[in-house]
Each structure stands twice: as structure tokens, then as C-alpha cells.
Design a protein around this ligand. Structure first.
Ligand code: BGC
Length: 742
């Protein structure tokens, strides 16, 4: 009877309540024996459903974030045990949330300028009779102690504020389609105890939870009536050891409680924060700060952990830990760029570069089904895919490597889960997008012009550049080829005739080679300048990585380009210069081109830019910028410096796929290759992945002059094992051990 909610009416308050929560209430009698009772609810805003004062369900921040203008999820609750004989009370409390509050860096009210709710209750009695309660104009509305709530800015709960009746509800018009919960529930996960309370040199009272995360702080407080406890959040301290959150930009992330003298447990319920530290802005002087009464609660989508990795180097283990927490923190209903500043948006590029690693670490199929549904909804009629999904802001422009999320993510998820619906559901979107690329710009077979983020945050265009030195047109045309290739592969899985796109692919690849690779070299031809001229920029690591990764060179040319990549790395003192586009592929490309030693060297570096730089600087999640905190302790910038951005965590794929060597050959790991490449310096490495075909394990360790390998292949899976001595074997179901001379 989930459709019952569709018979209910959307309701709102008579008077707009700015930033304030409102509670919609209705009393009803239960006078017979209840067999079962279910409630359904949704909101434009973020809501909590309570029966007789008790919150129902384990989900928080419902109804979650979707392309609200088109669809909004509703949830169901088994409320059988919550009802009592006689009078009962249902309350749906709603705050502005993502839909109405200050969300997106454009600060627009993106869906509506007021909150609304909808709900239904169905009670089935033992005598088989039913009672139905629907939201309508008879529901009462009132204010709540949550006098302010906002996704970015935080929450104010004033237990002394009088609850004011706001009169009967008003029928509202909401055009969004109601859809039953598609994604994973957003739930409270780990509860972290403070690791330290200290006073900074500036005199700030700070608590460190030891882990950068997304969620909120729970406090058990018994103060005097009128006492105020207020704190804000930070991810890092500055070089003097003071609290630092200028990188949150306009996001105030401040939580304030006005106490009523009764001992209570407080936590935000209509907002969330990204933080490791909190700083008390207000705290009564006689307050008993008992750390046992303070917990940080991690809040994310209920994705199941599937991937584990460990090796003989604690710094790389910390890197892996940071990748896991980077993902947890940014998989809160949608894949976000970061959880703390005034963004927390579904940036398509970030989601794309990390999705292969994400699908190893956690079971993310359901999570992405919902998001890809929104990506389809948000696609422009001309095929453009926006840079953010849900598309709360956007200008109808596709940026290479961001928009390509629409081909890459369905393909990667199909590979990980052998779920053809990822291709079936998204094929039209992929095709429309490739057709758009075919028509975009001044050349049929290149993607020229347009506005792109390029090799975002790469280091080769100077310390302070955002876009990197690789020509954005070159990146765009390379992704044109790659997306077309993935469309063809997807179409073939679906049994479609892809010959038209095969010839498009051939033309794009040929034209790319003609335009950027004449005389056998790669030319970093830049977009037209103001005079309409195209200059050649410096050759970049990312340019060559794309040529090798997307097979834009011939087999016979590979060695030359691989040598060029090696040369560019050597010329840069053995370091990467890559940003969001090149970094996810660099280690894989080096490995495939027979330069695994170079790849390991990059993994082991700890100077800027490198993965271990942030680890050595105390990171507990992935950083947005390689040197978000510079060697001298100052910050890279204030406006683009998140310490919880998973994009560079895409190196996880190399840890699973090369260090432990588990590669997907047939979708859903039905067919795999296990070809680990051990490294003596690492000592040992092991991974375990709970795949849809069973648990795959791969590990190795050095002992004396030998390397020992242990593999576990689940039943029904065919694995081609390749050992470093070249020995190969096809195996099925079972445990396998090998020893190879180091
Ligand atoms: C985000 C990125 C995103 C980028 C677009 C930033 O503000 O945080 O991760 O992909 O904009 O280039």
C-alpha cells in the first residue's frame, strides 16, 4: 500500500518560517487491537517522523537528496510498536534541508522558498478493519525548539523558546513526483570518542575526535536553564595549533544549544557537518566538560564494506584508511566532492574518477542506481551532462571528464556487479551524450571549444593554477574517444548494432591522432587564444597518460610514449604533476607499460605532490589539493582547500588491481585475473573483496629469498593466475599457494 501516500495532500505552514523548523501534527485514536501499522512520509526539506514523541526509523536526513524538481523520495516506517491504546500523536518535523536552505555555492533557494510535508498512516486492526490518516488541511502546525537549521550553516536548538502554534496547515502545490526510497538509507554509523580536549594558543577550547569525518556531535548535557553551548567545526589546525576553518568558506557549520535545565542528549537532526575538531564558541564557565558525554557520530549512506587492503607499510595502510574515510564521508546519499564547505555537491567528475575504487571498497550499486537516475533526469535535451548532479546549479555546459561520468560510471558498475540494468537504464543517456559530443564544437570528430575544468588542480601550470597545463581541448577530445568506446562496449553487451558508433570512434581516434599526434609525437595544442590562434603548450604527463590509457596511439608507438612519460616524470624530479584527470590513471599506465618500479616509486614518495605527503602531514582523509597544508605549515588556499575530497583516493584501484593484482575480466568478477606485482620494500600486501561472485582474496609476502602467494577463488569464478616469474595457471574455486624466487 505504498501508493497510499499519493492520496495524501502536500501541506505547508500558513506563514513562511525562515530557517525555522515546523512541526505538523495530528491526533488520532486507536481503540481496537492493532495488527500492523505503517507510516509513509516525505518532505520538501529534511524531515523526521515521530509517533507519540518517538522518532521512527533508523534513517536520518530523510527524504535524502534527489533532483527535487522532478522527483522526491518517500520513506515507509513500521509503526506498529509505536502506537498505544487511545489517543496517539503523529508529528512530522521539517527543516529547510537541501531543498529550501542555503545550498550550492550560488546560495539560491534551489527548489522552493518554503518547506512542505506529505504523509500517510495505515493501521490494520486484528479484526481486519483499516484506518487511514492522510496529511490535509486539518493538521496543526507549530514551531519547534529547532529555531534554525541549515545544511551548510548548522543548527540552533533553543529549549527555552516557546512553542508557538502556527494554525492549521495549508494545502501546497508540489510538482515533484513521489518515488519510494531508491537509494541506501542515510544512517548513523561509528560513534567516536574525543581523543583530546585542549586549549589552543589563542585560548580556544577545542575537542579533537582524531578522525576527519561527516556527521555530527552528540552531547549529553545538564546545564542551567538559559545556558548556551555553541561550537563550530574544523578539519585541521593551523601551524600555530589554532583552530582553522577558513576553508569552509561561507558554511558556518555552527551548532548552538540553549538549555532548559533538564538533562538531555542533543545532536543535530536537520544538518550535518564535516569535521575532526570542534571549538566551543560559548560554554558556561561552570560547565562540567565530561568527555564521556561527547561523541562524534559518523553519518553516511548505508553502504556495505566489501574491500580490505593491508600491507607492510603503515603509511600506505593509513593512505588506504584515508581512502575509506574519504568515501564514507562523501557518500552521504549522493557522491559529493567534500562534506564541509559550501559545496557538498554531486560533482560528476569527482564521482567518475573515484567510482572504480568505490565499488571495490563498498557495495555501491544501490547508491549509484539512485544517483544515475538523477543524472538521467538532469541530462539536457541536447545531451549535455551537467557538472553537478542533482543539478541544482549549472549552465547547460558539459566539461570533459566531468560529463563523461554518464558513460564511465554505468560501465564501471556493470563491471563490478554484473548488473546489466546499469547499461540498460543508462544506454540512452550515454548515446545522447556521445551524440552531443559528435555535434559539439567546430569540428565533427574533435571536441573543441567549450568550457572545461581540465586536469583540475594539476601542478604543471604553476603552484596556484586550478586548471593544469594540459590543453582542455586535448582532454576533451580524448574523452570523446573514450566515452564513444564505452558506449560501443555497452551497446554490444546489450546486443545492439553499434557499427555507426564504431565508425565514429575510428574517425575520432584518427582525427585526434592527426590533430594532436602528427609526426609521431604528442602536441599539447591549446584552445584558440583571443586572436583565434592555437599555440602549442608544454608536453604534460596527463596528456601522455590519456594517449596510453585510452589507446590513442598504435601498439608500435607505445614504447615511445611510455618513454616520454618516464622522461617527464624524471625531469620533474621523479614526481607527478597530474591533477584530477591524470592522477587516477598514472600508476596503471606506468605498470602496463612495464614501469612498475616507477609506479611504486611514485606511491612511495612523500614530498609534494604525492599520496604520502598528506599522510605524513597527519591526514585522516584524502585531501583535495596535494599540498593543502604546505611544508611551512601555511595553507594552499582558503577557497579550494578541502581536507576530505576523495578524488585522489582513486589510487585505491591500483592497490587492489596491481599491488594485490585482482583484476575484473568478466563482469561481476565471474572471470578474474590475479597478477600481483610484489615489491620487497612493502614486505607484504593482502586484499579481500566481497564481490557478487563471492570473496576473492589475494596476498603475498617476502620471506628470505622467496615470495609466497596466497589466493582464494570463490566457487563459480574462473581466475587466471599470473606470477611474477611468468607462470600462469587457470584455476577455479579454492585456495592456492605459490612460492616464487624473489
Ligand atoms: C569541487 C571539485 C570539482 C570542481 C570542478 C570544486 O569546487 O570541489 O571537486 O570537481 O570544483 O572543477
Amino acid at each position: 500500500m505504498a501508493e497510499l501516500i499519493k492520496k495524501a495532500k502536500w501541506i505547508t505552514c500558513q506563514k513562511k518560517t525562515e530557517g525555522e523548523n515546523a512541526c505538523f501534527t495530528r491526533y488520532f485514536d486507536v481503540d481496537k487491537k492493532v495488527k500492523s501499522a505503517t507510516a509513509y512520509a516525505s518532505a520538501i526539506g529534511v524531515y523526521e517522523l515521530r509517533i507519540n514523541g518517538v522518532k521512527q526509523g533508523r534513517s536520518v536526513l530523510t527524504p535524502g537528496l534527489t533532483s527535487y524538481k522532478t522527483r522526491v523520495q518517500y520513506q515507509s516506517y513500521d509503526i506498529t510498536g509505536a502506537l498505544t491504546d487511545g489517543q496517539n500523536r503523529v508529528c512530522i518535523e521539517v527543516g529547510p534541508g537541501w531543498a529550501v536552505g542555503v545550498y550550492t555555492y550560488c546560495k539560491n533557494h534551489n527548489v522552493a522558498d518554503h518547506t512542505s510535508i506529505i504523509g500517510a498512516i495505515e493501521i490494520t486492526y486484528e479484526d481486519k478493519s483499516k484506518q487511514v490518516i492522510l496529511t490535509d488541511e486539518c493538521w496543526e502546525t507549530k514551531t519547534t525548539p529547532v529555531v534554525y537549521s541549515d545544511i551548510y550553516n548548522g543548527e540552533t536548538v533553543d529549549m527555552t523558546a516557546p512553542v508557538t502554534a502556527l494554525g492549521k496547515a495549508k494545502i501546497d502545490k508540489v510538482k515533484s513526483k513521489l518515488v519510494y526510497q531508491i537509494g541506501e538509507d542515510i544512517i548513523e554509523q561509528e560513534r567516536l570518542a574525543p581523543v583530546e580536549y585542549f586549549v589552543t594558543p589563542k585560548g580556544e577550547k577545542v575537542i579533537d575526535f582524531g578522525q576527519n569525518m561527516t556527521g555530527y556531535v552528540e552531547l549529553k548535557i545538564s546545564g542551567k536553564k538559559g545556558d548556551v553551548i555553541e561550537f563550530d567545526c574544523a578539519e585541521v589546525l593551523d601551524k600555530e595549533g589554532n583552530f582553522y576553518n577558513a576553508n569552509y568558506r561561507s558554511s558556518k557549520s555552527t551548532v548552538k544549544y540553549v538549555l532548559d535545565g533538564v538533562e538531555r542528549v542533543y545532536k543535530p537532526r536537520f544538518s550535518f557537518q564535516g569535521f575532526r575538531y570542534i571549538r566551543f564558541i560559548n560554554i558556561p564557565s561552570d560547565f562540567d566538560l565530561n568527555l564521556d558525554n561527547i561523541r562524534a557520530i559518523a553519518v553516511n549512506s548505508d553502504i556495505e564494506r566489501t574491500g580490505y587492503f593491508r600491507c607492510g607499510d603503515e603509511r600506505i595502510n593509513q593512505l588506504f584508511h584515508n581512502i575509506i574515510w574519504g568515501q564514507k564521508s562523501n557518500y552521504l546519499d549522493i557522491p559529493t566532492d567534500c562534506p564541509q564547505r559550501d559545496e557538498r555537491l554531486g560533482w560528476t567528475g569527482d564521482a567518475q574518477v573515484f567510482c572504480a575504487t568505490a565499488a571495490r571498497n563498498f557495495k555501491v550499486d544501490k547508491f549509484f542506481k539512485k544517483w544515475l537516475g538523477d543524472l538521467r533526469i538532469d541530462q539536457y535535451p541536447n545531451g549535455v551532462i551537467n557538472h553537478i548532479c542533482p543539478m541544482l546549479i549549472g549552465g547547460g555546459n558539459a566539461s570533459a571528464a566531468w560529463a563523461d561520468a554518464c558513460t564511465i560510471i554505468p560501465w564501471e558498475l556493470y563491471r563490478a556487479y554484473n548488473d546489466v540494468s546499469f547499461l540498460e537504464d543508462n544506454f540512452e543517456m550515454m548515446k545522447k551524450y556521445v551524440d552531443y559530443l559528435h555535434s559539439a564544437g567546430s569540428e565533427e570528430f574533435l571536441w573543441l571549444e567549450g568550457s572545461h575544468y581540465g586536469d583540475w588542480l594539476a601542478m604543471d601550470a604553476g603552484e596556484d593554477s586550478y586548471v593544469g597545463a594540459t590543453s582542455v581541448d586535448l582532454i576533451a577530445s580524448a574523452f570523446f574517444a573514450y566515452s564513444t568506446e564505452l558506449l560501443i562496449k555497452s551497446g554490444k553487451v546489450l546486443g545492439k548494432d553499434m557499427s555507426e558508433y564504431e565508425s565514429l570512434y575510428a574517425s575520432v581516434r584518427a582525427r585526434f591522432r592527426e590533430f594532436y599526434m602528427y609526426d609521431g609525437k604528442l602536441h599539447n595544442i591549446l584552445p584558440k587564444d583571443e586572436k583565434g590562434e592555437r599555440k602549442e603548450g608544454i608536453l604534460t604527463q596527463t596528456g601522455i597518460i590519456l594517449v596510453l590509457k585510452f589507446n590513442l596511439c598504435e601498439e608500435s608507438e607505445r614504447a615511445y610514449f611510455a618513454g616520454e612519460l618516464k622522461r617527464l616524470i624524471a625531469e620533474n624530479n621523479g614526481k607527478m604533476t597530474t591533477g584530477f584527470v591524470g592522477t587516477p590513471y598514472i600508476l596503471d599506465v606506468l605498470t602496463k607499460e612495464g614501469m612498475v618500479d616507477e609506479a611504486y616509486k611514485l606511491l612511495y614518495r612523500n614530498d609534494n605532490p604525492s599520496w604520502l605527503y598528506s599522510v605524513d602531514h597527519g591526514a585522516t582523509t584524502m585531501w583535495e589539493h596535494w599540498n593543502g597544508i604546505k611544508e611551512d605549515g601555511s595553507f594552499w588556499s582558503t577557497d579550494m582547500n578541502s581536507f576530505n575530497h576523495y578524488a585522489y583516493g582513486s589510487v585505491g584501484e591500483w592497490l587492489y588491481g596491481t599491488v594485490c593484482g585482482v583484476k575484473i575480466v568478466g563482469p561481476g568478477y565471474k572471470e578474474i585475473e590475479i597478477a600481483p606485482i610484489p615489491c620487497k620494500k612493502l614486505g607484504f600486501a593482502q586484499c579481500s573483496i566481497d564481490t557478487v561472485s563471492g570473496t576473492v582474496k589475494s596476498g603475498w609476502y617476502y620471506k628470505g629469498d622467496d615470495v609466497y602467494f596466497d589466493f582464494v577463488i570463490p566457487c563459480g569464478v574462473t581466475a587466471k593466475i599470473t606470477l611474477p616469474n611468468g607462470k600462469t595457471e587457470i584455476v577455479r574455486c579454492g585456495s592456492y599457494c605459490y612460492t616464487v624466487k624473489a
